[in-house]
Design a protein around this ligand. Structure first.
Ligand SMILES: Cc1cc2nc3c(=O)[nH]c(=O)nc-3n(C[C@H](O)[C@H](O)[C@H](O)COP(=O)(O)O)c2cc1C
Length: 178
């Protein structure tokens, strides 16, 4: 992935917008178009009665600076829906470019914590030691919208360091290269 476009935008092919219809083909197009939006990758972590758990998420975004509010979107059909929609506290761990494997394992299931890769944060949610940034949150609000729930959290603790992010775009993982 490049830091800047190498060719001027006017050489790009013209796009032809099509009306969205609620069928399978259009749903695929919709997903593909959404996938063009490059995002970072996070693992949302929380503590449960059965131990720590986590899930790979790229829908994280900031909402408000004052008060400090952030959101992510949780799919209604996730097998981990009850755990994460009910979590009173959780941490949002922003992954660095070397954490592709971690993103993949936390996409499959939630239990990939070791003392080497994590510790209990101030709110009880696990913090991934190597993350680029961590936002430890208290649940502020959950809003059911369409087939997802928007989970809004109030940031209680934060930390960050400089480094290259893990990026997700068009179904591929990558990072910046100079
Ligand atoms: C890069 C990436 C980003 C993802 N982002 C989200 C997300 O924002 N919200 C969500 O509910 N699931 C997201 N997922 C899917 C979950 O990580 C998980 O794979 C999915 O919920 C299916 O597993 P489950 O039913 O056990 O939860 C993402 C997966 C990947 C690989």
């Amino acid at each position: 992935m490049r830091r800047a476009y190498e060719s001027p935008v006017w050489t790009m092919p013209m796009l032809t917008p099509i009306p969205f219809r609620p069928d399978e083909a259009h749903r695929r197009l919709y997903r593909s178009a959404l996938g063009q939006y490059a995002t970072g990758v996070t693992v949302i972590t929380t503590m449960t009665d059965d131990g720590p758990t986590g899930m790979t998420v790229n829908s994280f975004t900031s909402v408000s600076l004052d008060p400090p509010l952030v959101l992510w979107c949780l799919a209604d059909n996730s097998q981990r829906y009850d755990v994460f929609s009910g979590a009173r506290t959780y941490a949002i761990n922003v992954l660095h470019s070397g954490q592709y494997e971690l993103a993949m394992v936390f996409a499959k299931d939630g239990g990939h914590f070791t003392e080497a890769n994590s510790f209990a944060g101030a709110l009880g949610a696990p913090v991934l030691r190597d993350a680029l940034a961590v936002f430890e949150c208290r649940l502020e609000q959950t809003v059911a919208v369409g087939d997802h729930s928007v989970i809004v959290g109030r940031v209680d603790q934060l930390s960050y360091r400089e480094g290259d992010p893990l990026i997700f775009q068009g179904g591929h993982f990558g990072t910046f290269s100079g």
